[in-house]
Design a protein around this ligand. Sequence first.
Ligand code: BES
Ligand code: ZN
Length: 616
Amino acid sequence: MRIIYFFFFTTLVLTMSIAQKQQHTNSDIHSFANSTEVSVKHLGLELSVNFETKIISGHAMLMLNHKKKTNKLVLDTRDLTIEKVTLDEKEMPTKFSLGDEVKFLGKPLTIVITPKTKSVKIYYRTSPNAGALQWLEPSQTSGKEKPFLFTQSQAILARTWVPCMDGPGVRMTYSATIHTRPDLVAVMSASGNSGTKKSDGVYSFEMEQPIPSYLLALAIGDLQFRPLGNRSGVYAEPSMIEKSANEFVDIEKMISAAEELYGPYRWERYDLLVLPPSFPFGGMENPRLTFATPTILAGDRSLVALVAHELAHSWSGNLVTNATWNDFWVNEGFTVYFEHRIMEKVYGKAYSEMLATLTLKDLKSTIADMGAENPDTHLKLNLLNRDPDDGVTDIAYNKGYFFLRLMEETFGRERWDSFLKTYFNENAFSTMTTEQFLEKLDTHFQIKHSRSFTEKLKISSWVYGPGLPDNCPKPQSDEFDKVLMQVNSFLDGTQASKLNTEGWTTHHWLYFLRNLPDSLRLEKVIELDYAFYFTRSGNSEILSEWFQRCIKVNYETAFGPMRNYLMNVGRRKLIKPLYVELAKTPSGKAWAKEVYTKARPGYHSVSYNTIDGILK
Ligand code: BES
Ligand code: ZN
């Protein structure tokens, strides 16, 4: 009898605690939101932007969708000051509390609601050092006269400027009214952008398709608009608009190519916003309005693969969204794959295979740096108690790309494309876990039933195993074979000026530089500079690659221009490797610290958090 009681009791306690856990957990380890009980279906923002105090203030109205009976709403916040919370249209004040600060995640905001509450309104303001926001002085812009503000919400920074359910699994529509200075233009990841100044400084926006919070975006500055096609155009500061429009002329071709591949573009317009150079990423796929770094304006359109990438996110990411940041490769791997397919369609296979070859080269060196057994080299990540930013490596992007390319090569392009088209269509406006994707793949291609497929693909070593599996596809580029011949010839003693580099593009040069051995001596580096003027290159990617080389041999001539580069460019992918290389020697590290002290105030938090870690 006792024993039966004991079992009964423990089972009861266990079931109760599991039930309770389920109530409070949400499978997203980077969000406090109780989205399994109640979720947010619409966000209404009314915000004033103050460039003097560097504070955004106003209110956020959240419309709720009840799933279970609950008396509370839990939201994500970080560094926000909450002034007041009210319920429904009557604006009945309600109780709320901010929980303890958790590293990376901020504080949960718990609001008392009833099971009947339709909406809550939160009056709040941001902190001057909100992680998503970068407030630029006029000197950091191209025009040098007006200040600039931009947001970067991915991965979990939306909560530093909007109280919300800040995980990729919650989708909402949004509307916004932004009050700013009348001499500036506000734009958002929504409809309502126009690029003309409003004399009252009030701008209104509407996003009618439901999106996750990481795609909320706002920028304010001295902006102009230039149409590029029927449904596309570019926003930039006046002095950058011509150069930008010229660089992105192929945008309509890219949109059509993408649609031919995987179905209609579902966001009506595709515009680009060219930001000042401190923007920490190459590009950010904010819906309807990709944010882009000016460092891709090479003048010769050689870096536009980035536009193909951000455009591809309009399907992979913005339509079918990684369920959690542990599934980040579901966003980025698919996007790199799609990007290469767009590039192939618009510019031809020879070009896209060059890009794929660089992708593989980068992936191999990333794996070598991370260590072939490092669990962060698995496609499926475990970012528990960590910043999702730790998952932003070449693994999600490039290992993800080659995994999907392996599918294409195994099933044949036709079958694979038809699967992908259906995948984007059937899962539009919802989320995807790694496991759900693998399940769909198996159902469609009957992998587990076919010994040959199982052996060919080795799915679990790609997804749950480290390093690069031995069945990784091999891109083939005749152009790059020629580059390797020139590398060898140079190493065998041919003078740099005698190398056959006729017709070489940015990518030939990048491949050339990336294939020089670490041991290359100073005289050889100088010889290359005299022959090809790398130090004076106007191409941001070539410069980043070249400066790494210069640091290795302490080529002094390059340090002045490199200082200039580090002071101006805030794009993490370009500057991080320079700081890493500099930090390898005591004198390099001292020089880096000296430059960084001056450069840091000009970087976005995403970049300085990374560089702080390197130079600490
Ligand atoms: N969505 C990413 C940028 C991002 C990722 C921001 C994770 C925050 C967290 C964007 O699409 C991207 O991948 N940008 C790349 C472009 C490149 C791969 C063509 C970049 O910024 O370098
Ligand atoms: Zn991306």
